[in-house]
Write a protein that binds this ligand. Structure first.
Ligand code: SF4
Length: 114
């Protein structure tokens, strides 16, 4: 049995008002993604910090000056894709759907190939 559906002008207009305002003309960019929280369980386990000043080098000695890690930042890590430099945030393959601070760091850091 076929049921006919009548869409009145009022129902049509009410439905269009429920459609969120999405700009479909531009692709989703990294800056649209939420920032990784330092409290994220994976981030915390890997010692991720937005600022390298906050890294506990006793727990994560790879980032210590003694270990030669003082020049390790997300923006020179192989897993980072984003703008380089202070104040920028970019995508990290380790944390899909989130962005990390360009001048952040975590214990998975690996150098970009030259
Ligand atoms: S994997 Fe690299 S880019 Fe991602 S959070 Fe760790 S250091 Fe930063």
């Amino acid at each position: 049995m076929k049921k006919s559906v009548q869409i009145t002008r009022r129902r049509f207009l009410a439905g269009t008002l429920l459609i969120p305002a999405i700009d479909v003309t531009r692709p989703l960019m990294a800056q649209d993604l939420p920032r990784l929280e330092e409290s994220d369980p994976t981030a915390a386990a890997l010692g991720y910090k937005h600022s390298v000043e906050d890294i506990n080098t006793d727990m994560f000695p790879r980032r210590s000056t003694e270990a030669g890690g003082e020049n390790q930042y997300c923006d020179n890590c192989v897993l980072y894709t984003g703008e380089v430099g202070e104040g920028n945030w970019g995508a990290c393959a380790l944390f899909p759907g989130k962005t990390v601070a360009a001048k952040g760091w975590c214990n998975v850091w690996a150098p970009r190939p030259a």
